[in-house]
Design a protein around this ligand. Structure first.
Ligand code: BES
Ligand code: ZN
Length: 635
């Protein structure tokens, strides 16, 4: 059994000087006290954590690739508030087959418990209500997942880089953990976990927990996560996965043919960690590794604690897209340490994280690059907000009756980051940084609502300087649509010449071959291409393509921007590349705008459907849900 081994390794590590100083495992973080801030109503969970709360989870699974299911059990340790006598535990599930439920007063003697599974709601799934005796401190659920579980993607060998072995990965955020684990699937419930995972012998399992690169490939893996985390951060991947270290506490996991390329791309990981620690306080999760997934991963990145999951589309070869890693790393403070209590508080996770991400980039790669990224971010926000109903332009968004995935727009990200930037500008960087460090310490390992944040902000920043506070319309930022008139407008000196070049070329004053583009970075190219939107005559695109071979661009962000322009302009030489792009990766950030652009014309719609017919089976369920709506898929 590997539990003992892992525990032994941790202890040795903690005993050693240096490691113990950095590690927080020495003083076990205390989970949220039952009567803390985190008791807000979560409309996306059936669970009843105010009455009985899950504190620890023991997982045990067989990973069955032939059936595309996980089969096993989840044992949940329960806690009731002082004097609480709840006898009914309500869990979230989606498409799970429950085989047996037991309860125990002590974890030793188990008795069969009665349970009922409620009707299936398309967004929330089914409530699993378990009768637990008043003295029960544990329940154990034997179950299996469905092959169509929304939080799992089972890849066939051809969908991997190695093309030899199958691959499985999970994606739990926002409310998909319930499709593979029965639990209180609400971000205000934090628990520690252990897991035992049996896989085919030649494959490796990793989780958002302690991972051991030295573990023998024997098909039996043990994990322990000692810090309390919310359910949306539980993660598992299984495949032909190897490891390369970057520093003593950071490294990359990926398929063997990708791992060296990934290690080169992310060679600044340790510098990023140090920058982040200098800015926001010590890193509390011991290790930081990145797992590069096969290309169907539907997101750019996912901040699973200790093990960020990332798309291979950021392996540009020149580190130009590593802001994504800075972003996921920043979640180690904003999101994973201080967590949104409900999905309407999502901006607390993502707005803070984008702000921190840019601060890390500024430290490691300089002001110029951080400035360009801020300008591109503002452009994204303005473009997206223009098409959003007012209610979705609000940071503290109302998601009642809706899928929390609908809240995934640039508003929580970029508007949230602008709000923090505004606070920084008004109060000065030094003071704001002190405030931020205090905030992360104060709420560490807790889940908080927008109201908790505002209260803390008033008490620890605004009320100290009423004069300055008067310049920040807090309520308008958080509860109103659009941007306040005094919102910061990031500008970049580096991008001004690019705008001039775009205008000059568009008007025919400069030839493509004479554009000063030889030294342009990815960011400058993106800005240039955006400045040409929405469309150009085909001949103009041909001229640009001849000069710079944009149709062959290997950088995924540049390819995406170019293909958008190509579709809008009817530039058909780019269509084969478009089809290759859409059939070779499943990142929703690229799929969504490209399919949306395609369906704007009847011919484009036909093309979109022809491509989607081939690609659909390779996309993740989350991406499928998005693209089905765009193309009006009916089978
Ligand atoms: N936590 C998010 C991903 C997420 C959000 C998944 C909501 C499911 C529901 C992650 O940190 C993220 O924001 N990823 C971005 C990249 C980032 C650089 C903006 C992405 O995947 O595009
Ligand atoms: Zn994020």
């Amino acid at each position: 059994m590997r539990y003992e081994r892992l525990a032994a390794v941790t202890l040795t590590c903690l005993a050693a000087t240096g490691c113990g100083e950095r590690s927080t495992a020495t003083k076990e973080p205390s989970p949220t006290p039952a009567a803390s801030a985190a008791s807000a109503r979560d409309v996306h969970s059936y669970s009843n954590p105010a009455e009985v709360r899950v504190r620890r989870v023991d997982l045990d699974w067989d990973v069955l690739f032939d059936k595309k299911i996980l089969r096993g059990s989840a044992a949940l340790s329960l806690e009731r508030p002082a004097g609480g006598r709840a006898t009914s535990l309500v869990l979230d599930t989606r498409d799970l087959t429950i085989e047996k439920v037991e309860s125990s007063p002590d974890g030793a003697a188990w008795a069969v418990a009665s349970f009922s599974l409620g009707p299936s709601d398309p967004i929330l799934g089914s409530a699993l209500t378990i009768r637990v005796p008043e003295n029960a401190t544990q329940v154990r659920i034997a179950y299996e997942t469905s092959p169509k579980a929304s939080g799992l993607q089972w890849l066939e060998p051809p969908q991997t880089a190695g093309r030899k072995d199958p691959f499985l990965f999970t994606q739990s955020q926002a409310i998909h953990a319930r499709s593979w684990i029965p639990l209180q699937d609400s971000p205000q419930v934090r628990f520690t976990y252990r897991a035992r995972v049996r896989t085919p012998k030649n494959l490796v399992a990793v989780m958002s927990a302690g991972n051991d690169p030295e573990a023998p490939r024997d098909g039996d893996y043990g994990f322990e996560m000692p810090q309390p985390i919310p359910s949306y951060l539980v993660a598992l991947a299984v495949g032909d996965i190897g490891f390369a270290p970057i520093s003593p506490r950071a490294g990359v996991w990926a398929e063997p043919s990708v791992v060296d390329r990934a290690a080169r791309e992310f060679s600044d990981l340790e510098s990023m960690l140090r920058a982040a620690e200098e800015l926001f306080g010590k890193y509390r999760w011991e290790r930081y590794d990145v797992l590069v997934l096969p290309p169907s991963f539907p997101f750019g990145g996912m901040e699973n604690p200790r093990l960020t999951f990332a798309t291979p589309t950021i392996l540009a070869g020149d580190k130009s897209l590593v802001a994504l890693v800075a972003h996921e790393l920043a979640h180690s403070w904003a999101g994973n340490l201080v967590t949104n209590a409900t999905w309407r508080d999502f901006w607390l996770n993502e707005g803070f994280t984008v702000y921190l991400e840019r601060r890390i980039i500024e430290r490691v790669y300089g002001v110029r690059r951080a400035g360009m990224e801020a300008v591109l971010g503002l452009q994204d926000l303005e473009k997206e907000m223009a098409g959003l109903p007012e209610k979705d332009q609000i940071l503290h968004v109302d998601l009642g009756g809706r899928d929390p995935d609908d809240g995934f727009t640039d508003v929580p990200y970029e508007k949230g980051a602008l709000f923090l930037r505004h606070l920084e500008e008004v109060f000065g960087r030094q003071r704001f940084d002190r405030f931020l460090r205090g905030y992360f310490d104060h709420f560490a390992f807790r889940s908080i609502t927008t109201e908790d944040f505002v209260q803390y902000l008033r008490a620890n920043l605004l009320d100290e300087s009423p004069g300055l506070a008067g310049k920040v319309p807090v309520d308008e930022w958080i509860e109103k649509a659009g941007l306040p008139a005094t919102a910061p407008r990031p500008k970049s000196d580096a991008l001004a010449p690019v705008e001039a070049a775009a205008a000059g070329w568009r008007e025919g004053k400069i030839r493509a071959a004479d554009l000063p583009a030889q030294d342009w970075s990815t960011h400058e190219w993106l800005h240039f291409l955006r400045a040409l939107a929405p469309a150009l005559p085909k001949e103009k695109l041909a001229e640009l393509d001849t000069a710079f071979r944009l149709t062959d661009a290997g950088n995924s962000e540049i390819a995406n921007q170019w293909l958008l322009l190509a579709i809008a302009s009817g530039y058909d030489p780019a269509y084969p590349r478009l089809e290759r792009f859409l059939t070779s990766m499943g990142r929703r950030k690229f799929l969504k705008p490209l399919y949306e652009e395609l369906v704007k014309t009847p011919e484009g719609k036909t093309r979109a459907l022809a491509i989607y017919r081939k690609a659909r089976a390779t996309y993740h369920p989350i991406a499928v849900a998005t693209v089905d709506k765009i193309v009006g898929w009916s089978g």
